[in-house]
Design a protein around this ligand. Structure first.
Ligand code: DX5
Ligand code: ZN
Length: 219
Protein backbone atom coordinates (compact mmCIF):
# COMPACT_ATOMS: atom_id res chain seq x y z
CA UNK A 1 0.00 0.00 0.00
CA UNK A 2 1.24 3.50 -0.77
CA UNK A 3 2.25 5.77 2.10
CA UNK A 4 -0.23 7.88 4.00
CA UNK A 5 -1.07 11.28 2.58
CA UNK A 6 -1.86 14.32 4.71
CA UNK A 7 -4.51 16.79 3.61
CA UNK A 8 -4.44 19.77 5.99
CA UNK A 9 -7.80 21.49 6.42
CA UNK A 10 -7.54 25.24 5.96
CA UNK A 11 -10.60 25.61 8.17
CA UNK A 12 -8.09 26.09 11.01
CA UNK A 13 -5.92 28.55 9.06
CA UNK A 14 -6.05 32.35 9.32
CA UNK A 15 -8.77 33.24 6.80
CA UNK A 16 -7.36 36.75 6.38
CA UNK A 17 -4.22 35.32 4.73
CA UNK A 18 -5.21 32.03 3.15
CA UNK A 19 -2.79 32.41 0.24
CA UNK A 20 0.30 32.49 2.41
CA UNK A 21 -1.10 29.84 4.75
CA UNK A 22 -1.38 27.49 1.77
CA UNK A 23 2.18 28.30 0.70
CA UNK A 24 3.34 27.46 4.22
CA UNK A 25 1.51 24.12 4.04
CA UNK A 26 3.24 23.30 0.78
CA UNK A 27 6.64 24.12 2.31
CA UNK A 28 5.70 21.92 5.27
CA UNK A 29 5.21 18.97 2.89
CA UNK A 30 1.44 18.71 2.84
CA UNK A 31 0.25 16.32 0.13
CA UNK A 32 -3.12 17.87 -0.61
CA UNK A 33 -5.00 20.97 0.59
CA UNK A 34 -8.39 20.17 2.16
CA UNK A 35 -10.93 22.93 1.58
CA UNK A 36 -14.16 22.79 3.57
CA UNK A 37 -17.07 24.48 1.83
CA UNK A 38 -20.10 25.06 4.08
CA UNK A 39 -23.41 26.71 3.31
CA UNK A 40 -25.17 27.29 6.64
CA UNK A 41 -27.90 24.91 5.45
CA UNK A 42 -26.41 21.43 5.00
CA UNK A 43 -24.22 22.20 8.02
CA UNK A 44 -24.65 24.91 10.66
CA UNK A 45 -21.65 26.97 9.55
CA UNK A 46 -20.59 29.08 6.55
CA UNK A 47 -17.10 29.19 5.04
CA UNK A 48 -15.96 30.00 1.51
CA UNK A 49 -17.14 29.49 -2.05
CA UNK A 50 -15.69 28.99 -5.54
CA UNK A 51 -14.49 32.58 -6.01
CA UNK A 52 -12.12 32.28 -3.05
CA UNK A 53 -10.88 28.88 -4.24
CA UNK A 54 -10.21 30.35 -7.68
CA UNK A 55 -8.09 33.11 -6.11
CA UNK A 56 -6.19 30.56 -4.01
CA UNK A 57 -5.37 28.37 -7.00
CA UNK A 58 -2.29 30.38 -7.95
CA UNK A 59 -0.64 29.92 -4.56
CA UNK A 60 0.14 26.21 -4.92
CA UNK A 61 0.22 23.35 -7.37
CA UNK A 62 -0.82 20.86 -4.67
CA UNK A 63 -4.15 19.12 -5.34
CA UNK A 64 -7.19 20.95 -3.97
CA UNK A 65 -9.25 18.41 -2.04
CA UNK A 66 -12.61 20.18 -1.95
CA UNK A 67 -15.16 18.92 0.57
CA UNK A 68 -18.58 20.24 -0.32
CA UNK A 69 -20.98 20.49 2.60
CA UNK A 70 -23.67 22.26 0.61
CA UNK A 71 -27.15 21.23 -0.42
CA UNK A 72 -28.44 20.88 -3.07
CA UNK A 73 -24.92 20.37 -4.40
CA UNK A 74 -25.49 19.29 -8.00
CA UNK A 75 -25.73 22.63 -9.78
CA UNK A 76 -22.67 24.01 -7.99
CA UNK A 77 -20.30 21.24 -9.08
CA UNK A 78 -19.29 23.08 -12.26
CA UNK A 79 -18.41 26.23 -10.30
CA UNK A 80 -15.97 24.29 -8.10
CA UNK A 81 -14.51 22.41 -11.05
CA UNK A 82 -13.94 25.72 -12.87
CA UNK A 83 -12.44 27.24 -9.73
CA UNK A 84 -9.63 24.67 -9.77
CA UNK A 85 -10.72 21.83 -7.50
CA UNK A 86 -8.90 18.57 -8.23
CA UNK A 87 -10.98 16.28 -6.03
CA UNK A 88 -14.63 17.11 -5.44
CA UNK A 89 -16.28 15.32 -2.52
CA UNK A 90 -20.02 15.35 -1.99
CA UNK A 91 -22.41 13.93 0.60
CA UNK A 92 -25.13 11.52 -0.65
CA UNK A 93 -27.72 13.43 1.42
CA UNK A 94 -26.96 16.60 -0.54
CA UNK A 95 -28.12 15.33 -3.93
CA UNK A 96 -31.30 13.71 -5.20
CA UNK A 97 -29.30 11.51 -7.58
CA UNK A 98 -25.85 10.44 -6.40
CA UNK A 99 -24.97 8.65 -9.64
CA UNK A 100 -25.72 11.66 -11.78
CA UNK A 101 -23.76 13.98 -9.46
CA UNK A 102 -20.79 11.60 -9.68
CA UNK A 103 -21.08 11.72 -13.48
CA UNK A 104 -21.25 15.50 -13.35
CA UNK A 105 -17.95 15.67 -11.42
CA UNK A 106 -16.32 13.24 -13.85
CA UNK A 107 -17.52 15.26 -16.84
CA UNK A 108 -15.06 17.96 -15.77
CA UNK A 109 -12.23 15.41 -15.41
CA UNK A 110 -12.12 15.80 -11.67
CA UNK A 111 -11.61 13.08 -9.09
CA UNK A 112 -14.77 12.09 -7.22
CA UNK A 113 -15.20 11.64 -3.48
CA UNK A 114 -18.29 10.57 -1.56
CA UNK A 115 -18.48 11.44 2.13
CA UNK A 116 -20.20 9.51 4.90
CA UNK A 117 -21.43 11.32 7.98
CA UNK A 118 -20.91 9.47 11.27
CA UNK A 119 -24.49 8.19 11.18
CA UNK A 120 -24.48 7.33 7.45
CA UNK A 121 -24.03 3.65 6.64
CA UNK A 122 -21.44 2.42 4.15
CA UNK A 123 -24.39 0.94 2.23
CA UNK A 124 -24.81 4.42 0.71
CA UNK A 125 -21.45 4.20 -0.99
CA UNK A 126 -21.04 0.49 -1.75
CA UNK A 127 -23.06 0.58 -5.01
CA UNK A 128 -20.80 3.31 -6.41
CA UNK A 129 -17.50 2.25 -4.83
CA UNK A 130 -15.99 1.10 -8.11
CA UNK A 131 -16.86 4.34 -9.90
CA UNK A 132 -15.39 6.85 -7.43
CA UNK A 133 -11.86 7.81 -6.41
CA UNK A 134 -12.31 8.17 -2.69
CA UNK A 135 -14.59 7.72 0.29
CA UNK A 136 -14.35 10.44 2.92
CA UNK A 137 -15.30 8.97 6.28
CA UNK A 138 -16.40 11.75 8.64
CA UNK A 139 -15.17 11.04 12.15
CA UNK A 140 -17.06 14.05 13.55
CA UNK A 141 -20.35 15.61 12.55
CA UNK A 142 -19.47 18.04 9.77
CA UNK A 143 -19.59 21.77 10.42
CA UNK A 144 -16.75 22.68 12.74
CA UNK A 145 -13.10 22.01 13.42
CA UNK A 146 -11.82 21.01 16.84
CA UNK A 147 -14.41 18.36 17.68
CA UNK A 148 -13.86 15.05 19.43
CA UNK A 149 -13.08 12.00 17.29
CA UNK A 150 -15.96 9.48 17.11
CA UNK A 151 -14.20 6.13 17.49
CA UNK A 152 -17.08 4.03 16.16
CA UNK A 153 -16.51 5.47 12.69
CA UNK A 154 -13.36 3.34 12.47
CA UNK A 155 -15.61 0.31 11.99
CA UNK A 156 -16.68 1.84 8.68
CA UNK A 157 -13.06 2.38 7.69
CA UNK A 158 -12.30 -1.27 8.43
CA UNK A 159 -15.33 -2.50 6.48
CA UNK A 160 -14.48 -0.29 3.51
CA UNK A 161 -10.84 -1.41 3.57
CA UNK A 162 -11.99 -5.02 3.41
CA UNK A 163 -14.39 -4.36 0.57
CA UNK A 164 -11.91 -2.30 -1.46
CA UNK A 165 -9.10 -4.83 -1.02
CA UNK A 166 -11.25 -7.86 -1.74
CA UNK A 167 -12.52 -6.30 -4.96
CA UNK A 168 -9.03 -5.02 -5.81
CA UNK A 169 -10.34 -1.48 -6.26
CA UNK A 170 -8.17 1.65 -6.25
CA UNK A 171 -10.66 3.70 -4.23
CA UNK A 172 -8.92 5.64 -1.47
CA UNK A 173 -10.18 6.04 2.09
CA UNK A 174 -9.85 9.48 3.69
CA UNK A 175 -10.75 10.32 7.28
CA UNK A 176 -11.84 13.76 8.47
CA UNK A 177 -12.44 15.16 11.94
CA UNK A 178 -10.85 15.01 15.36
CA UNK A 179 -7.55 13.65 14.14
CA UNK A 180 -4.70 14.09 16.62
CA UNK A 181 -1.45 12.19 17.16
CA UNK A 182 -3.34 9.32 18.83
CA UNK A 183 -6.40 9.02 16.63
CA UNK A 184 -4.20 9.21 13.52
CA UNK A 185 -2.54 5.95 14.59
CA UNK A 186 -5.93 4.32 15.09
CA UNK A 187 -7.09 5.54 11.68
CA UNK A 188 -3.99 4.21 9.96
CA UNK A 189 -4.39 0.86 11.64
CA UNK A 190 -8.00 0.72 10.44
CA UNK A 191 -6.79 1.25 6.88
CA UNK A 192 -7.07 4.88 5.79
CA UNK A 193 -4.97 6.27 2.92
CA UNK A 194 -5.41 9.99 3.58
CA UNK A 195 -5.69 11.93 6.81
CA UNK A 196 -7.39 15.32 7.04
CA UNK A 197 -6.43 17.51 9.96
CA UNK A 198 -7.06 21.13 10.87
CA UNK A 199 -6.64 21.81 14.57
CA UNK A 200 -3.72 19.44 15.13
CA UNK A 201 -1.71 20.76 12.20
CA UNK A 202 -2.28 24.44 12.89
CA UNK A 203 -2.28 24.49 16.70
CA UNK A 204 -0.05 21.73 18.11
CA UNK A 205 3.66 22.35 18.77
CA UNK A 206 3.21 26.14 18.51
CA UNK A 207 1.83 25.75 15.02
CA UNK A 208 4.91 23.97 13.64
CA UNK A 209 3.23 22.77 10.44
CA UNK A 210 6.11 20.67 9.21
CA UNK A 211 6.55 18.83 12.48
CA UNK A 212 2.82 18.22 12.85
CA UNK A 213 2.42 16.92 9.30
CA UNK A 214 5.42 14.65 9.77
CA UNK A 215 4.10 13.35 13.11
CA UNK A 216 0.70 12.57 11.61
CA UNK A 217 2.34 10.77 8.73
CA UNK A 218 4.85 8.68 10.58
CA UNK A 219 3.51 8.53 14.16
C1 DX5 B 1 -15.46 19.49 9.56
C2 DX5 B 1 -14.50 19.52 8.43
C3 DX5 B 1 -13.12 19.12 8.77
C4 DX5 B 1 -12.47 19.93 9.85
C5 DX5 B 1 -11.49 19.07 10.57
O1 DX5 B 1 -16.76 19.66 9.05
O2 DX5 B 1 -14.94 18.69 7.37
O3 DX5 B 1 -12.32 19.09 7.61
O4 DX5 B 1 -11.79 21.05 9.35
O5 DX5 B 1 -10.99 19.79 11.62
P1 DX5 B 1 -10.26 19.13 12.87
O6 DX5 B 1 -9.04 18.46 12.33
O7 DX5 B 1 -9.98 20.28 13.73
O8 DX5 B 1 -11.23 18.16 13.48
ZN1 ZN C 1 -13.62 18.36 5.59
Amino acid sequence: MSSIKISPSILSADFSKLGSEIQELEKAKADWIHIDVMDGHFVPNITIGPDVIKKLRKYTSLPFDVHLMISPVHNFIKNFADAGADIITIHPEATTDLVSSIKEIKSFNKKVGVSLNPETSIDKVLPVLDSIDLVLVMSVNPGFGGQKFIKETLNKVKALRKEIDSKKLKTLIEIDGGINFETSIMAKKAGVDIIVSGTTIFKENQGNLKKNIQLLKTG
